[in-house]
Every structure is written in C-alpha cells, then in structure tokens.
Ligand binder design. Structure first.
Ligand SMILES: Cc1ncc(COP(=O)(O)O)c(C=O)c1O
Length: 403
C-alpha cells in the first residue's frame, strides 16, 4: 500500500531523527557496545565517543564539557535542578516558577507542595510575557531556586532569562532555566546567560527520545537525583545511554550549523503560515506576543470550533499539529498556558499550535493553507458555538461574545 504523505507541523512535541544522527548512532548499537566505564580497550571507543558527545553538546550551549550531566530527558533535568537546590539548602523551602511551565515543573511543584514546600507560580501577561518586577517582589529569604522556562512550548514566547538570572544572582538565589525548546532556534550561551542550571532534551533537536542534559555551572553545588554508580563524575548514577548520547552530540553539531537557516527559512515559513491563516480565515487570532518568540511556533485560535475536532480532520489528511488542551476525566480542559494568559475559554478551546522545523517545505505550508479554510468552515457549520448555527443558545452567545 502506498504510504500517505506526512505533513508534520508538531516539532515542539518532538522532531524527526536526522539521518546524520542515525548514521552516528548505529556503530554504538551494533559494534561498540561496551560499557563506557570499563577499563579494557574494547570499551575505549565507547568512552571516547561519550566524551566527544559531551564536547559537542557543550559547544552548542557554550559551556565547559565538565559542566554537562547527561540525563534521560528534559523532565529529569528539570526535576534534578530543583531537587539539588532543595536538598543542599534544607532551611530554604520556597521555590519560584511560572504558571506556564511544562508539566515537568508544574507537577513537580505540586509534589513539593504536598511535601510541605511553598511554590510560587508567577503569572503572565495576556500576551504570554512575564513582568520581571514580579520576580523581584516574590523572592524571599528562604527561596532556594527559581526555575523558569526560556521559551514556551505552546506559544513560543521567550522570557528574559538573562535579566531574571541576574536578579537571582544579586539576591544569592539559584536559577534554573528549562531551555528544552530553544536549541537550533536561538543561540545559547549558558555562561553569558548567568544561569546555574539549564535543561535540554535531545528529541527536540532531531535526536532520539530518552536522552537529555543538565548544564550545572562550575562551582554551583550539586546533589545527584539518581544515586548509584560513579557515572557522570558522580553526578548521575546509571550507565550512560551511549548510542543516544552520541546521537545527541551529532544533533547538537547540526543544530549549530543550521541555526541561521532555522532563523530565516523556518521563520519565513512560519510567518507565511500564520499570515495565511489570519488573512484567509475569519475570526482567527494569534495567541501570544509576536516577538520575542521562537521562529518556528504559531499558536492560533479558530473561534467557534473545538481544537480537537480541527486536529482530527487534519489528521485524516496526514497533517500533524497539536493543542495544549488536556483530557481530564473525560472532558477537554483548555491549555493551562492560554488560561494563565487570560484567554477566554471558548477561544482557548479552539487553539491549535503549529510548530515548524528543519524538514518543512513551502509546499507543505501551502497544502495546509489550502486545506484549513474548508475544515474550519465545515466545523463552524455544525458548531453550536457559532452564532450563525441554529442551535446557538443564549449561553453560547454570551460565551462567544467574550472571545
Ligand atoms: C518546555 C519543555 N520542557 C520540558 C519538556 C520535557 O522534555 P522530555 O520529553 O525530554 O522529558 C518538554 C517536552 O515537551 C518541553 O517542551
């Protein structure tokens, strides 16, 4: 059966593994499968590959290779940074994060609250930006760490990490940033940013899932999260996932090489898609600030429709996109990010995130732009949220007017 073409616009969820990455990984699955910690010569190429990958990812973020701890994912990196700060400062029981973080932080924050810690979730403005004065105001003598994402995975809105890290440094508070959405899209200089910790996840930059890193600034005290063997210079127990780490290293190299292209070609494709939707489909709106924003992300609300229905119809055409809504106990909850931005629930429910990447083409964008108006028109024709629908009730009318 011929394969249906795939139109992948969900690169903030995960990315296709680059062929160059697969080529780099294969020998470490098939041939060089020794344990990198073993002393015999069979394992030498494995240990060397591990250190080469460490240098490659360190170069991506302008860090010293010694400052890199390989982890299993972005979630582990985030949890580890916060855990380390709390474990080493037992009298400090306050953590600051934001209301728009990935669940890797939000759920960990809830866990900490159940353990008796206090967690402050900074609010955001209606365009998804953050008021850094709020951070200054919420810092307390017992704040152990501030953990704030660099770029939002749903809207692409970029936070002023350098300024926030400087505020924390001046108050003697550790600062962690979740930079999972950033590599390949913006240049990263961990030292210039002034952060103590920075998380990355390989599967967002064309390497496989299940490997990440935590940058830990030299001289920042560190308490491992996984306690066991002496791997990663005693900073993370567990035999390193060498083939995937090798892939991560190669992907980091490619991300550096492709950075300006992502910032120009991909940005132009994203703008073409966004403008195309906003001008050709009535009652649509962008969620989040235009700038500063990741060059690949567009979050658009289609009024009077449910995003889940839009995604299903796109899926039937082989088009992948996503919404930030979450299914909880049978009902669809609007995205916590859009809710924190104060976006009206009806508008939030009709929001779709399109995130582009290295492998998207202008033809794919044009195909999406051809298909979307018909899909939205068909869904609106049967949507009781649409004021033109005969079943549109007074309640719906009121909700829709608030959009
Ligand atoms: C901003 C952000 N942080 C953390 C994560 C979690 O990364 P991982 O899937 O590697 O645990 C993601 C993944 O979607 C993300 O977008």
């Amino acid at each position: 059966m011929p394969q249906r073409p795939l139109y992948y616009f969900d690169n903030n969820a995960t990315t296709r593994v680059a062929p160059e990455v697969l080529d780099a990984m294969w020998p470490f699955l098939a041939e060089h499968w020794g344990n990198p910690s073993s002393a015999y010569s069979f394992s030498k190429p494995v240990a060397q590959a591990l250190e080469k990958a460490r240098e490659q990812v360190a170069a991506l973020i302008h860090a010293d290779p010694k400052e890199i701890v390989f982890t299993s994912c972005g979630t582990e990196s985030n949890n580890t940074a916060i855990h380390s700060a709390l474990a080493l400062q037992p009298t400090k029981r306050h953590v600051i994060t934001t209301a728009v973080e990935h669940s890797a932080n939000l759920k960990y924050g809830e866990f900490l609250q159940r353990q008796g810690y206090t967690v402050t979730y900074l609010p955001v403005e209606s365009d998804g930006s953050i008021d850094i004065h709020l951070l200054e105001q919420r810092l307390r003598p017992d704040t152990a760490i501030v953990s704030i994402m660099w770029a939002n995975n749903e809207t692409g809105v970029i936070f002023p990490i350098e300024e926030m890290a400087a505020i924390c440094a001046s108050r003697g508070v550790l600062f962690h940033t979740d930079a999972v959405q950033v590599p390949g899209k913006l240049p990263i200089d961990a030292r210039a940013l002034g952060v103590d910790f920075l998380s990355l996840s390989a599967h967002k930059l064309h390497a496989p899932k299940g490997v990440g890193l935590l940058y830990t600034k030299r001289r920042t005290k560190f308490q491992p999260y996984l306690i066991g063997g002496h791997q990663e210079r005693g900073r993370r127990g567990g035999t390193e996932n060498v083939p995937y780490i090798v892939g991560f290293g190669r992907a980091a190299e490619l991300a550096v090489a492709n950075l300006s292209e992502e910032n120009t070609r991909v940005r132009a494709l994203r703008d073409r898609l966004e403008q195309g939707i906003l001008t050709s489909i009535p009652n649509t709106a962008r969620n989040g600030a235009t700038e500063p924003r990741l060059p690949n992300t567009a979050n658009i609300s289609f009024q009077f429709v449910e995003s889940e229905a839009v995604l299903l119809m796109l899926d039937q055409l082989g088009i992948c996109a996503s919404s930030g809504s979450a299914c909880t106990t049978g009902s669809v909850e609007p995205s916590h990010v859009l809710t924190a931005m104060g976006v009206n629930p009806v508008r939030a429910r009709g929001s779709v995130r399109f995130s582009l990447g290295r492998y998207n083409t202008a033809e794919e964008v044009d195909y999406l732009l051809q298909q979307l108006p018909g899909i939205i028109a068909r869904l609106r024709a049967i949507s009781p949220l649409d004021p033109k629908h005969p079943g549109h009730t007074k309640v719906n009318a009121r909700m829709a007017r608030q959009v």
